[in-house]
Write a protein that binds this ligand. Structure first.
Ligand SMILES: [Zn+2]
Length: 317
Protein backbone atom coordinates (compact mmCIF):
# COMPACT_ATOMS: atom_id res chain seq x y z
CA UNK A 1 0.00 0.00 0.00
CA UNK A 2 1.65 3.15 -1.17
CA UNK A 3 -0.05 5.21 1.50
CA UNK A 4 1.60 3.06 4.16
CA UNK A 5 5.06 3.09 2.60
CA UNK A 6 7.67 4.65 4.85
CA UNK A 7 9.42 7.83 3.74
CA UNK A 8 12.63 6.81 2.00
CA UNK A 9 15.33 9.25 1.08
CA UNK A 10 18.58 8.35 -0.63
CA UNK A 11 21.62 10.56 -0.59
CA UNK A 12 25.28 10.42 -1.49
CA UNK A 13 27.48 11.05 1.54
CA UNK A 14 30.83 10.88 -0.21
CA UNK A 15 32.89 9.12 -2.83
CA UNK A 16 35.46 6.38 -2.87
CA UNK A 17 38.98 6.51 -4.25
CA UNK A 18 37.56 5.38 -7.60
CA UNK A 19 34.72 7.93 -7.36
CA UNK A 20 32.03 5.43 -6.52
CA UNK A 21 29.28 6.95 -4.42
CA UNK A 22 28.70 6.06 -0.78
CA UNK A 23 24.92 5.91 -0.83
CA UNK A 24 22.89 6.34 2.31
CA UNK A 25 19.22 5.38 2.47
CA UNK A 26 17.21 7.05 5.20
CA UNK A 27 14.01 5.28 6.26
CA UNK A 28 11.48 6.87 8.54
CA UNK A 29 10.03 10.30 9.05
CA UNK A 30 11.43 13.09 11.14
CA UNK A 31 9.35 13.72 14.24
CA UNK A 32 7.88 17.22 14.03
CA UNK A 33 9.71 19.51 16.39
CA UNK A 34 12.16 16.82 17.43
CA UNK A 35 15.34 15.20 16.21
CA UNK A 36 14.66 11.58 15.31
CA UNK A 37 16.79 8.95 16.96
CA UNK A 38 19.04 7.38 14.35
CA UNK A 39 20.08 3.76 14.02
CA UNK A 40 22.85 3.31 11.45
CA UNK A 41 23.40 -0.08 9.80
CA UNK A 42 26.41 -0.70 7.55
CA UNK A 43 26.26 -3.72 5.27
CA UNK A 44 29.76 -4.02 3.84
CA UNK A 45 33.05 -2.58 5.06
CA UNK A 46 35.39 -5.29 3.80
CA UNK A 47 34.62 -6.30 0.23
CA UNK A 48 35.29 -9.92 1.06
CA UNK A 49 32.52 -9.84 3.69
CA UNK A 50 29.25 -9.03 2.01
CA UNK A 51 26.77 -11.30 3.76
CA UNK A 52 25.17 -8.33 5.52
CA UNK A 53 24.07 -6.66 2.29
CA UNK A 54 20.72 -8.49 1.96
CA UNK A 55 19.91 -7.54 5.54
CA UNK A 56 20.53 -3.86 4.91
CA UNK A 57 18.61 -4.00 1.64
CA UNK A 58 15.64 -5.71 3.30
CA UNK A 59 15.60 -2.98 5.94
CA UNK A 60 14.78 -0.44 3.23
CA UNK A 61 11.27 -1.82 3.36
CA UNK A 62 10.95 -1.36 7.09
CA UNK A 63 8.75 1.22 8.74
CA UNK A 64 10.44 2.32 11.94
CA UNK A 65 8.39 3.53 14.89
CA UNK A 66 7.72 7.24 15.12
CA UNK A 67 10.75 9.17 16.23
CA UNK A 68 13.30 6.68 14.87
CA UNK A 69 15.09 6.77 11.55
CA UNK A 70 17.05 3.94 10.03
CA UNK A 71 20.19 5.05 8.21
CA UNK A 72 21.25 2.32 5.82
CA UNK A 73 24.67 2.34 4.23
CA UNK A 74 25.07 -0.62 1.91
CA UNK A 75 28.74 -0.16 1.28
CA UNK A 76 31.15 1.86 3.36
CA UNK A 77 33.80 0.65 0.94
CA UNK A 78 32.18 0.81 -2.51
CA UNK A 79 35.37 -0.03 -4.41
CA UNK A 80 36.21 -3.05 -2.29
CA UNK A 81 32.62 -4.24 -2.06
CA UNK A 82 32.27 -4.04 -5.85
CA UNK A 83 35.62 -5.71 -6.58
CA UNK A 84 35.60 -8.26 -3.79
CA UNK A 85 38.69 -6.95 -2.04
CA UNK A 86 39.05 -6.39 1.67
CA UNK A 87 40.57 -2.94 1.32
CA UNK A 88 39.63 0.03 -0.76
CA UNK A 89 41.09 0.74 -4.20
CA UNK A 90 44.39 1.71 -2.58
CA UNK A 91 44.44 -1.51 -0.58
CA UNK A 92 43.71 0.26 2.71
CA UNK A 93 41.70 -1.60 5.33
CA UNK A 94 39.14 1.07 6.20
CA UNK A 95 38.49 -0.57 9.56
CA UNK A 96 42.09 0.23 10.51
CA UNK A 97 42.04 3.76 9.10
CA UNK A 98 39.91 5.54 11.73
CA UNK A 99 41.92 8.01 13.78
CA UNK A 100 41.39 6.85 17.35
CA UNK A 101 44.11 4.38 18.25
CA UNK A 102 45.41 4.46 14.67
CA UNK A 103 48.69 2.64 14.15
CA UNK A 104 50.69 2.06 11.00
CA UNK A 105 50.01 -1.43 9.72
CA UNK A 106 50.62 -3.26 6.47
CA UNK A 107 49.44 -6.32 4.60
CA UNK A 108 45.75 -7.06 4.64
CA UNK A 109 45.39 -4.70 7.59
CA UNK A 110 47.09 -1.81 5.80
CA UNK A 111 45.99 1.22 7.78
CA UNK A 112 46.73 3.94 5.23
CA UNK A 113 49.25 6.75 5.08
CA UNK A 114 47.83 8.30 8.23
CA UNK A 115 44.70 8.53 10.39
CA UNK A 116 41.58 8.99 8.26
CA UNK A 117 43.69 9.21 5.11
CA UNK A 118 40.99 7.63 2.95
CA UNK A 119 38.00 9.45 1.43
CA UNK A 120 35.63 6.70 2.52
CA UNK A 121 36.74 7.05 6.14
CA UNK A 122 36.29 10.81 6.00
CA UNK A 123 32.79 10.45 4.55
CA UNK A 124 31.72 8.00 7.26
CA UNK A 125 33.18 10.17 10.02
CA UNK A 126 31.28 13.17 8.69
CA UNK A 127 28.10 11.12 8.53
CA UNK A 128 28.42 9.96 12.11
CA UNK A 129 29.32 13.42 13.41
CA UNK A 130 26.39 14.92 11.54
CA UNK A 131 23.73 12.30 12.28
CA UNK A 132 24.91 11.21 15.73
CA UNK A 133 23.39 7.71 15.55
CA UNK A 134 22.30 6.30 18.89
CA UNK A 135 23.20 2.81 17.68
CA UNK A 136 25.49 1.71 14.86
CA UNK A 137 25.63 -1.88 13.64
CA UNK A 138 28.58 -2.88 11.47
CA UNK A 139 28.33 -6.17 9.59
CA UNK A 140 31.52 -8.16 9.13
CA UNK A 141 32.37 -11.84 8.73
CA UNK A 142 33.18 -14.70 9.49
CA UNK A 143 33.28 -15.33 13.20
CA UNK A 144 29.58 -15.94 13.78
CA UNK A 145 29.23 -13.82 16.92
CA UNK A 146 28.29 -10.40 18.17
CA UNK A 147 31.15 -8.38 19.58
CA UNK A 148 30.45 -6.91 23.01
CA UNK A 149 32.18 -3.67 22.16
CA UNK A 150 33.54 -1.72 25.10
CA UNK A 151 31.62 1.41 25.96
CA UNK A 152 28.44 0.15 24.34
CA UNK A 153 25.17 -0.63 26.03
CA UNK A 154 25.41 -4.36 26.77
CA UNK A 155 21.63 -4.68 26.86
CA UNK A 156 21.37 -3.46 23.27
CA UNK A 157 24.01 -5.93 22.15
CA UNK A 158 22.39 -8.76 24.09
CA UNK A 159 19.06 -7.87 22.54
CA UNK A 160 20.48 -8.13 19.06
CA UNK A 161 22.26 -11.39 19.80
CA UNK A 162 19.23 -13.03 21.37
CA UNK A 163 17.02 -12.12 18.46
CA UNK A 164 19.57 -13.18 15.86
CA UNK A 165 20.39 -16.24 17.96
CA UNK A 166 24.06 -15.52 18.03
CA UNK A 167 26.56 -15.72 20.84
CA UNK A 168 28.20 -12.65 22.35
CA UNK A 169 31.94 -12.38 22.86
CA UNK A 170 34.34 -9.58 23.63
CA UNK A 171 36.96 -9.37 20.94
CA UNK A 172 40.32 -7.66 21.42
CA UNK A 173 40.45 -3.93 20.78
CA UNK A 174 42.13 -3.21 17.50
CA UNK A 175 43.79 -0.04 16.26
CA UNK A 176 41.94 2.32 14.01
CA UNK A 177 38.56 0.63 13.95
CA UNK A 178 35.31 2.47 13.36
CA UNK A 179 33.73 1.29 16.60
CA UNK A 180 36.73 2.36 18.64
CA UNK A 181 36.59 5.84 17.11
CA UNK A 182 32.84 6.02 17.75
CA UNK A 183 33.39 4.99 21.35
CA UNK A 184 35.75 7.95 21.67
CA UNK A 185 33.72 10.66 19.90
CA UNK A 186 30.25 9.50 20.94
CA UNK A 187 30.65 7.69 24.26
CA UNK A 188 26.92 7.78 24.96
CA UNK A 189 26.16 5.86 21.79
CA UNK A 190 26.43 2.16 21.06
CA UNK A 191 28.44 0.90 18.09
CA UNK A 192 29.09 -2.79 17.68
CA UNK A 193 30.16 -5.40 15.16
CA UNK A 194 28.06 -8.33 14.06
CA UNK A 195 30.39 -11.00 12.73
CA UNK A 196 28.17 -13.02 10.42
CA UNK A 197 29.06 -16.62 9.61
CA UNK A 198 31.01 -17.45 6.47
CA UNK A 199 29.25 -17.66 3.15
CA UNK A 200 25.92 -16.13 2.30
CA UNK A 201 22.96 -15.90 4.66
CA UNK A 202 19.93 -18.06 4.11
CA UNK A 203 16.64 -16.23 3.72
CA UNK A 204 15.69 -17.30 7.22
CA UNK A 205 18.95 -15.88 8.55
CA UNK A 206 18.36 -12.62 6.71
CA UNK A 207 14.95 -12.40 8.34
CA UNK A 208 16.46 -13.17 11.72
CA UNK A 209 19.00 -10.35 11.40
CA UNK A 210 16.37 -7.95 10.13
CA UNK A 211 14.32 -8.87 13.20
CA UNK A 212 17.37 -8.29 15.37
CA UNK A 213 17.81 -4.78 13.97
CA UNK A 214 14.11 -4.30 14.51
CA UNK A 215 14.45 -5.38 18.13
CA UNK A 216 17.22 -2.85 18.64
CA UNK A 217 15.17 -0.13 16.98
CA UNK A 218 12.21 -1.02 19.16
CA UNK A 219 14.36 -0.81 22.28
CA UNK A 220 15.77 2.54 21.23
CA UNK A 221 12.29 3.83 20.44
CA UNK A 222 11.05 2.69 23.83
CA UNK A 223 13.99 4.30 25.59
CA UNK A 224 13.41 7.53 23.71
CA UNK A 225 9.74 7.78 24.62
CA UNK A 226 8.86 10.46 27.17
CA UNK A 227 9.26 9.18 30.70
CA UNK A 228 7.48 10.39 33.79
CA UNK A 229 9.78 8.55 36.16
CA UNK A 230 12.95 10.44 35.43
CA UNK A 231 14.76 7.13 35.14
CA UNK A 232 17.95 6.99 33.11
CA UNK A 233 17.66 5.77 29.55
CA UNK A 234 21.34 4.90 29.16
CA UNK A 235 20.47 1.21 29.14
CA UNK A 236 17.75 0.96 26.56
CA UNK A 237 16.60 -2.56 27.33
CA UNK A 238 15.08 -3.72 30.57
CA UNK A 239 16.40 -7.07 31.83
CA UNK A 240 12.79 -8.05 32.45
CA UNK A 241 11.91 -7.92 28.78
CA UNK A 242 11.15 -11.18 26.94
CA UNK A 243 14.11 -13.34 26.12
CA UNK A 244 13.34 -13.45 22.41
CA UNK A 245 11.96 -10.38 20.74
CA UNK A 246 9.45 -11.06 17.99
CA UNK A 247 9.05 -9.02 14.82
CA UNK A 248 6.66 -6.18 15.37
CA UNK A 249 3.93 -5.05 13.02
CA UNK A 250 6.10 -2.38 11.44
CA UNK A 251 8.15 -4.65 9.24
CA UNK A 252 7.23 -6.54 6.12
CA UNK A 253 9.27 -8.04 3.33
CA UNK A 254 9.05 -7.61 -0.40
CA UNK A 255 10.47 -10.04 -2.92
CA UNK A 256 12.21 -13.15 -1.58
CA UNK A 257 15.18 -12.39 -3.81
CA UNK A 258 15.75 -9.22 -1.81
CA UNK A 259 17.16 -7.36 -4.78
CA UNK A 260 17.05 -7.51 -8.51
CA UNK A 261 20.70 -8.08 -9.14
CA UNK A 262 23.98 -8.14 -7.39
CA UNK A 263 23.51 -10.04 -4.18
CA UNK A 264 22.62 -13.61 -4.88
CA UNK A 265 19.83 -14.97 -2.70
CA UNK A 266 21.19 -17.76 -0.58
CA UNK A 267 20.11 -21.28 -1.39
CA UNK A 268 20.34 -24.54 0.45
CA UNK A 269 23.40 -25.37 -1.61
CA UNK A 270 25.20 -22.27 -0.40
CA UNK A 271 26.97 -24.09 2.36
CA UNK A 272 28.89 -21.81 4.70
CA UNK A 273 32.48 -22.73 5.28
CA UNK A 274 34.57 -22.12 8.33
CA UNK A 275 37.87 -20.40 8.11
CA UNK A 276 40.45 -18.70 10.25
CA UNK A 277 41.01 -15.99 7.69
CA UNK A 278 38.73 -13.01 7.21
CA UNK A 279 39.45 -12.95 3.52
CA UNK A 280 38.32 -16.24 2.07
CA UNK A 281 34.55 -16.00 2.21
CA UNK A 282 32.80 -16.77 -0.99
CA UNK A 283 31.68 -13.71 -2.84
CA UNK A 284 28.28 -12.81 -4.12
CA UNK A 285 28.80 -10.23 -6.84
CA UNK A 286 28.57 -6.50 -7.27
CA UNK A 287 27.00 -4.64 -4.40
CA UNK A 288 24.34 -2.96 -6.45
CA UNK A 289 20.69 -3.37 -5.63
CA UNK A 290 17.65 -1.32 -6.42
CA UNK A 291 15.06 -0.42 -3.86
CA UNK A 292 12.25 -2.92 -4.19
CA UNK A 293 8.64 -1.95 -3.89
CA UNK A 294 7.16 -2.55 -0.50
CA UNK A 295 4.54 -5.22 -0.13
CA UNK A 296 3.14 -7.17 2.73
CA UNK A 297 3.12 -10.49 0.96
CA UNK A 298 6.10 -12.07 2.68
CA UNK A 299 5.44 -13.27 6.12
CA UNK A 300 7.95 -12.23 8.74
CA UNK A 301 6.80 -14.59 11.44
CA UNK A 302 8.41 -17.83 10.36
CA UNK A 303 10.12 -19.87 12.97
CA UNK A 304 13.72 -18.84 13.48
CA UNK A 305 16.34 -21.52 13.73
CA UNK A 306 19.74 -21.03 15.20
CA UNK A 307 22.68 -21.24 12.83
CA UNK A 308 25.26 -20.47 15.45
CA UNK A 309 28.03 -23.01 15.79
CA UNK A 310 31.23 -22.83 17.79
CA UNK A 311 34.18 -21.25 16.02
CA UNK A 312 37.65 -20.38 17.15
CA UNK A 313 38.32 -16.78 18.09
CA UNK A 314 41.43 -16.62 15.98
CA UNK A 315 40.98 -13.36 14.19
CA UNK A 316 38.85 -10.28 13.98
CA UNK A 317 37.76 -8.54 10.87
ZN1 LIG B 1 35.50 -7.26 8.35
Amino acid sequence: MLADAPPIHAQVIGHSVRHRALRLVRVGAETPGAHAVRVLVVGCVHGTERAGLPVVQALRRATPPAGVQLLLLDAANPDGCARGTRGNARGVDLNRNFPWGWRRQGGIYASGSGPASEPETKAIMSLIRRERPRVTIWFHQHMDLVDRTRGSDPAIIARYARTARMRVRTLPRLPGTATRWQEHVRPSSTAFVVELPAGTLSRAAVRRHVAAVQAVVGAVAGASAPSTTGASTRSAVSPRQPRFAKPGPWLTFASPGMCRRGVRPATSSARPKRSSSPDDADHTGPAACSIASRTSSENSRRTWRSTSKPVQLTTKS
